[in-house]
Ligand binder design. Structure first.
Ligand SMILES: [Ca+2]
Ligand SMILES: [Ca+2]
Ligand SMILES: [Ca+2]
Ligand SMILES: [Ca+2]
Length: 534
């Protein structure tokens, strides 16, 4: 039998799998067509070859097998060994790939877990910050005022491996790109529940229609203010809802008011940090679509609150003659007390009937008391924290010591023409700002008396807008708290997670954090230098 010298047939395999009959058929097939031989032998699996005993192999085949030169068998063995090597290499490659994949996956998991831990640290730091604020406002030097910024830590305050910042507002912001750190006085804003239509209309970005809709939302009736919106408007919306006809519970409720837009509510400052971030001064390149005028033009939420209130429960009512006489006697002595009381029509103490009595002039507010009583500013400041014109809690008074120019411009008697004068007057004067009396000197008696029903120099509700980072400056969190200190102990009346608004600590803090990170990489024992930033 003359088998063709095909490389595939030169080894033992095709020969070994053929019995005598098959070999003959192969021989015949090879004679007919040498190319057909591989097709005949191809279907025989190796195990069949193993089952074929040597007794079934024809002598001719055995001879050919025995005579098969080593030179022809060796390349096949090498190829088999090469195939095994390639398979092993592929398996090894696959295993290495799997190992790398899982290593990378575990690395990501580890980093995510580390970030979660950093986030928890930041949240705990914020909780600690609120306890710290409670202590600060309870122990404030002048009760009823915003704590002095030098009396507490407000930037990069360490809590374990975490740190926190109070995001604040101030006239002292030298650059609108720089975030100011500190507590915020809620009495520095207009109260949504007490501001009149005329006052609301003077706010930046406010329209007459929106101001009217705000009035309609909070009043108890369904009479439409000109340009406003009652049930008829809201029932046509999809989904439809009812006009509240009740006071606002939060400033964010403004989103429900007909006519509000994101631009109206937040303006150039969607992250609500009071600073001009890069995306807030690049036009429409990135949200928001700002006017690119290098100045922060915030929305109406910047100027509004629902929390400002003044509790007068423990104060002396100047309209109660005997209590006032007792206070004045204690502070200024009998002679001066009688002079002041006489201006209210109260007879001198020697002629005064026991238990009070007599005809006295009633005043509606403390500026009127100051003007009528002809006290000096120093005298008035001495008794200001002890007196009131009403024993009830008064909502919505604006603190003239902390309000921004935009808010002061909304107050009758001050207006847009005198607001800048008020701000300029109070800057640099710390000793004369202990009462509302300085407003008389700043804008004149007539204007001050017109503004008097709306203003105060006391504050008891504060915002602690706390941003925090965990270890390695990760896990950024930001939670805004409103804390009411009108009654002891202080209590948190509102809590809002603002972490979703993104980074709010400004460019300076970010750059300083990156610098610190680089320097820590060089020297792991080096601490933060962020305390330099204020
Ligand atoms: Ca209404
Ligand atoms: Ca901003
Ligand atoms: Ca922009
Ligand atoms: Ca702008």
């Amino acid at each position: 039998m003359n088998l063709p010298r095909s490389p595939r047939l030169s080894c033992n395999y095709p020969v070994a799998i053929l019995g005598d009959g098959e070999a003959d058929r192969v021989g015949q097939a090879s004679r007919l067509s040498p190319n057909s031989l591989p097709a005949v032998t191809k279907g025989w699996p190796p195990h069949k070859a193993r089952n074929c005993g040597p007794e079934r192999i024809s002598k001719d085949v055995r001879d050919r097998r025995d005579a098969c030169p080593t030179a022809s068998a060796r390349p096949n063995a090498k190829r088999e060994r090469g195939s095994v090597l390639i398979i092993v290499l592929w398996i090894a490659f696959g295993l290495v790939t799997l190992a790398l994949y899982f290593a990378n996956s575990m690395g990501m998991e580890l980093r995510a877990a580390d970030n979660r831990v950093a986030g928890l640290e930041a949240e705990q730091a914020i909780d600690g910050a609120i306890r710290y604020v409670s202590k600060v406002i309870t122990n404030v030097v002048t009760p009823g005022t915003l704590p002095d910024i030098e009396s507490y830590q407000r930037s990069d305050v360490p809590v374990g491996e975490a740190s926190f910042w109070f995001i604040g507002r101030s006239d002292e912001q030298t650059s609108s790109e720089q975030v100011y750190f500190g507590l915020v006085d809620e009495a520095s804003k207009l109260n949504l529940n007490t501001a009149t239509l005329a006052m609301l209309q003077l706010l930046p970005r406010m329209t007459p229609e929106l101001a009217a809709a705000i009035i309609d939302w909070r009043d108890s009736n369904s009479d439409v203010t000109t340009g406003g919106a009652e049930d008829e408007i809201y029932q046509r919306l999809s989904p439809a809802y009812r006009c509240k006809n009740a006071p606002f519970d939060s400033v964010d409720e403004l989103r429900l008011i007909h006519g509000t837009t994101a631009e109206t509510l937040f303006g150039d400052d969607p992250n609500r940090n009071g600073a001009l971030d890069p995306n807030e001064n690049d036009g429409d390149y990135s949200p928001p679509n700002d006017d690119r005028n290098a100045r922060l033009d915030p929305g109406i939420t910047e100027y509004l609150t629902v929390w400002s209130r003044e509790s007068n429960v423990s104060r002396t009512n100047v309209n109660t003659q005997t209590n006032l006489a007792s206070l004045l006697l204690d502070k200024f002595g009998a002679e001066r007390a009688n002079q002041i009381l006489a201006r209210f029509g109260t007879p001198p103490s020697t002629n005064r009937p026991p238990g009070g009595g007599g005809t006295t002039r009633q005043v509606g507010n403390l500026i009127e008391f100051f003007v009528v009583g002809q006290l000096t500013q120093d005298e008035f400041a001495q008794i200001y924290s002890d007196i009131t014109a009403t024993n009830t809690t008064v909502l919505g008074l604006v603190n003239i010591n902390t309000a921004s120019e935009a808010v002061l411009a909304c107050i009758p008697g001050i207006g847009t023409d005198k607001a800048s004068t008020v701000v300029a007057y109070r800057q640099g004067k710390t000793t004369q700002l202990n009462s509302v009396a300085w407003l008389v000197e700043a804008v004149g008696q007539e204007a001050a008396l017109q503004a008097a029903p709306y203003v105060t120099a006391r504050s008891s509700v504060f915002t602690a807008d706390v941003a925090a980072l965990g270890h390695h400056d990760r896990g950024y969190r930001r939670i805004r708290h409103i804390i009411d200190n009108a009654e002891s102990p202080p209590r948190v009346v509102y809590r809002q997670d603002l972490s979703h608004l993104g980074w709010a600590l400004g460019r300076d803090v970010r750059e300083q954090l990156e610098l610190d990170r680089d320097q820590r990489a060089i020297n792991p024992n080096r601490g933060s230098s962020l305390t330099r930033i204020r």
